[in-house]
Write a protein that binds this ligand. Sequence first.
Ligand SMILES: [Zn+2]
Length: 232
Amino acid sequence: MDMTFGRFLLVLILLAAGFAFAVWRGFVQVPDRWNPWAPLDLREPPNLLTGFKLRLLEGDRALCEQALATSDLDYQAVPDSQPEPTCPLENTVRIRGSEVRFNSAFLATCPLAAAYVLFERHGLQPAAQAVFGQPVARVEHFGSFACRNIARSNRRSQHATANALDLAGFRLADGTRITVARDWRGEGDKARFLREVHKAACRAFNITLGPEYNAAHHDHFHVDMGGFRTCR
Ligand SMILES: [Zn+2]
């Protein structure tokens, strides 16, 4: 790296730091969705800062409440507990409904709950409108919390801390049912819709694993908020 470029980079870094400081102190007003210190508003479409803001929710119940209050999520806070020694439940909520109904209520860490809202509002429903001209009325899942390891491994699954959800199917407002098991492979609208939903899941959650990943996922999309971003 030559001197001129080095100096240019330094100036750039100083400018960025100065701007960040000005935003933080409130000297400069930016819209909340572009302010890393503003609470996450789930009505706004996800952007570059969303992943960061979801991560901030991890250990902060108050911030979590603030974020979830920007949605129609029907949920209940769950006190921290340790149902089993290796499976602590921290900053967790029980989701009973949203703009859709569920086949059953489920536990979710706060970041998973918030990412789910983003997925449903900015991914799932637009995909249903685009392909079928109507919304999804019901989401079918295989569950979230299970104190277990990843299948055939000795690593703890994200399900062990309610940080993962298995999405299996969708029912449209007119009653049409679409399942990953039956409709993933195919050419029609249902397959096209599921591909859009898979893409939307990849945008909202840290990890999305579908039927192309392995046989264990032939009938659902596994989504979770652990580890590195993965979209398979
Ligand atoms: Zn799973």
